[in-house]
Write a protein that binds this ligand. Structure first.
Ligand code: XUL
Ligand code: CO
Length: 474
């Protein structure tokens, strides 16, 4: 039993401090139920297909704000929101943390990491997605299938599970994105693409190659690079310039391979400032945009902004979304939130209506996110242990963003916030303002104007009024 718990910690809990095995997720073919992937009946009996019942409903298993077919600003809610379930939190999250053992023992889990168990979990995933009425899911390679003894064996385990996933997806469901897990295995302790070991760089490339092929095979719309260990713990032993060059070469090779296999999905980089490394190279949207610009990769990548990562980097989620958007880089959102009193990546479901409204303002200004969407990179609290809680958490997260969408549309249709901003900059809607914005106003000309005009009048910023207008839409 202790061995099982250790194995689960190693395979599932991304922030676990206990890492002492040679492999992260070895296949356990000798498990008690390992030969049997049959599961009688439903995984979620008693949970119906979740329907929209409107804001007055008291039913926890119903949508109050998310009405998928309803049009908001000329687009269906489901097309603005493009929700996705993340396999790792929902089906591999155990509730373990660095101080505590797993708390979640889902009835379909048999305690093994066998291929049979991986297949059963995949069946549970698709029943879950279908009951929520969601069309998308996200995965890491190592969430969905166990490691083999060799890379070839690992790849063949993946092929077996992915063949089933393809069948279960049917015509409608597709991965929003896939990714390679380049952070849990001990071989990645110095990073993947930025490792000091050339063998690790090659292994990481092989893993990304396979994960891209599988994402493409499943009809995935995007592919994500989150470099949890692409960073450093100390600059004293790190050649930062060389590591960043390696990362760029790695991403260039990924672009070339994407084109070679005819994968048309968007490549996304997911910024995060730190955790698990002390400093991650993709710190925030602005840092990542500069990296892409320096290496000539701007046209090939967009960003996957995760709200809890934005707040860890000292920004609001809205700030990083706007930074991505104004640089033409907003591709996807990992929808979650942190806790104001806890300084790490708690990956909670977003339930703050004000924050959701600001997020949706950015999404509307971006014209939507497609082919990206909203991935619930969010998990139940350790203390939430009922199967039903998985549904309640997603329903609540979906309703929060749906409410944010409705509020943001109200603000845009009302127009007073936009008018406040327009008025604030109206002094530039003049001949001289137009010359400045066109880049033809030189310093001599501006000095002449400053002398002619004398002391400039400075208007109020009207922040409290802006906040009042914003509040009135919530
Ligand atoms: C980690 C995180 C990851 C990425 C995918 O903080 O957000 O789950 O989204 O590797
Ligand atoms: Co994420």
């Amino acid at each position: 039993m202790a061995g099982r718990i250790l194995l689960l910690l190693l395979c599932i809990n991304v922030v676990s401090l206990i890492v002492n095995a040679a492999q992260t997720c070895p296949a356990d073919l000798g498990g008690k139920f390992a030969e049997d992937d049959e599961w009688e009946g439903e995984f979620f009996p008693g949970i119906p297909k979740i329907k929209y019942e409107g804001p007055s409903s008291k039913n926890p298993l119903a949508y109050k704000w998310y009405n998928p077919e309803e049009e908001i600003l000329g687009k269906k809610m489901k097309d603005w929101l493009r929700f996705s379930v993340s396999f790792w939190h929902t089906f591999r999250g155990t509730g373990a943390d660095p101080f505590g053992a797993p708390t979640k023992f889902w009835p379909w889990e048999d305690g093994t990491n066998s291929i049979a168990m991986a297949k059963r979990r995949m069946r549970a995933n698709f029943e879950f997605i279908k009951k929520l009425g969601i069309d998308r899911w996200c995965f890491h390679d190592r969430d969905i299938a166990p490691d083999g003894k060799t890379l070839e064996e690992t790849n063949s385990n993946l092929d077996e599970v992915v063949a089933l996933a393809k069948e279960l997806q049917g015509d409608k469901i597709r991965p929003l994105w896939g990714t390679a897990q380049l952070f849990m295995h001990p071989r990645y302790m110095h990073g993947g693409a930025t490792s000091s070991e050339v063998g690790v760089y090659a292994y990481a490339a092989a893993q990304v190659k396979k994960a891209m092929e599988l994402t493409h095979y499943l009809g995935g719309e995007n592919y994500v690079f989150w470099g949890g260990r692409e960073g450093y713990q100390s600059l004293l032993n790190t050649d930062m310039e060389r590591e960043l060059d390696h990362l760029a070469r790695f991403l260039e090779a990924a672009v070339a391979y994407k084109k070679k296999i005819g994968f048309n999905g968007t490549l996304l980089i997911e910024p995060k400032p730190q955790e698990p490394t002390k400093h991650q190279y993709d710190w925030d949207a602005a840092t990542t945009a500069n990296f892409l610009r320096k290496y000539g990769l701007l046209g090939e990548f967009k960003l996957n902004i995760e709200c809890n990562h934005a707040t860890l980097s000292g920004h609001s989620c809205h700030h990083d979304l706007e930074t991505a958007r104004i640089n033409g880089l907003l591709g996807n959102i990992d929808a979650n939130t942190g806790d104001p009193q806890i300084g790490w990546d708690t990956d909670q479901f977003l339930t703050d209506i004000g924050e959701a409204t600001m997020v949706m303002l950015s999404v509307i200004r971006n014209g939507g996110l497609a082919p990206g969407g909203f991935n619930f990179d969010a998990k139940l609290r350790r203390e939430s242990t009922d199967v039903e809680d998985l549904f309640i958490a997603h329903i609540s997260g979906m309703d929060t963003l749906a409410r944010g969408l409705r509020n943001a549309a109200k603000l845009i249709e009302d127009g007073s916030l936009a008018e406040l901003v327009r008025k604030r900059y109206s002094s530039f809607d003049t001949e001289i303002g137009a010359q400045i914005e066109a880049g033809i106003a030189d310093f001599e000309m501006l000095e002449k104007k400053a002398m002619e005009w004398g002391e400039p009048k400075v208007a109020s910023a009207k922040q409290e009024l802006a906040e009042m207008i914003f509040q009135s839409a919530l």
